[in-house]
Ligand binder design. Sequence first.
Ligand SMILES: Cc1ncc(C[n+]2csc(CCOP(=O)(O)OP(=O)(O)O)c2C)c(N)n1
Ligand SMILES: [Mg+2]
Length: 326
Amino acid sequence: MTAVYEAQARCEDIWETLLDSMLRIRYFENEVKALFGSGLVRGSTHLCQGQEATVVGACSRLRPGDMMASTYRGHGAVLATGASPTAAFAEILGRDPGLCGGKGGSMHFTDLTHGAIGSNAIVGAHLPIAVGAAFGAQHLKSGAVSLAFTGDGSTNIGAFHEALNLAGIWKLPVVIVIENNHYGEYSPLAATTPISALVDRAKSYGIRGEVVDGNDVLAVRNVVGEAFDRARDGNGPTLIEADTYRFEGHSRSDPGKYRPPGELESWLARDPIERFADLLKEREIAGTEIVEAHRQQVGAEIAAALQAAKAAPEPQPERLYEDVIG
Ligand SMILES: Cc1ncc(C[n+]2csc(CCOP(=O)(O)OP(=O)(O)O)c2C)c(N)n1
Ligand SMILES: [Mg+2]
């Protein structure tokens, strides 16, 4: 039995959490799309729809005290840590009870109570931060692990290489998950990157590399679980390449027309939520009706969260200088 199959066979205790978490992100971002479409929100937004299994599978391994850093495509990663959808909507709407007091917006979701140490708009900038967090954990012997998500495009950024080098030389408890969605903005990976297996970059820093189907929530949970165990046992970092796809364009203003015909459809057929629902049915863990009840319940939760966020007040002007260093 392969390690992945073993993990799949053992999902009875966790499937509801994984399913609800993926549904929560999907429905949350449906509303985010509508909010931006109606012109009520300033700035831009980067949806992770299609990539839910990667963030949910990986974050399911976080324990209290662990830390998670993400990119600007970070709604899913932060919600997957357990952050409140009401506070997340409030952040997007610039309201006082938002995750960052309404001052950060879609690209900067942060929730220290759940270990989400920051979403970053600068490509790769969070990787040295995640490595620093891992150094802190190692130095304090806290047993915590630092998890970072990063895009395929970020693997050409200097900060990515510096972060991996330090993680490798100091054997830090950090797990870096590349969300390989095959595009950096409007450029396909092959146009910007001379190798196709991004995981190969781990070798040059003496780091273990793993590849995983990023649309298979249990496979991700499994490979990240093993990486977390190694990190906690003092056996250093892991770089994981998760193969996935974003269903939407890069950001709000991108209709994604550069994608070859049929490509999106082939990935829609591998929708991580529907694949998991199929697996639950196949293994007789949960049938269509039970899964439908979860869809309804999470849908209602998201509708209520949005309503609460819309009713929340805007921040008072005196809060402008709070949380500002300098
Ligand atoms: C240092 C830096 N350079 C360029 C940009 C502009 N930019 C924003 S997103 C992006 C593409 C990054 O692609 P990838 O790392 O694959 O992440 P994805 O958006 O696909 O999740 C670029 C170039 C930026 N934000 N920061
Ligand atoms: Mg990308």
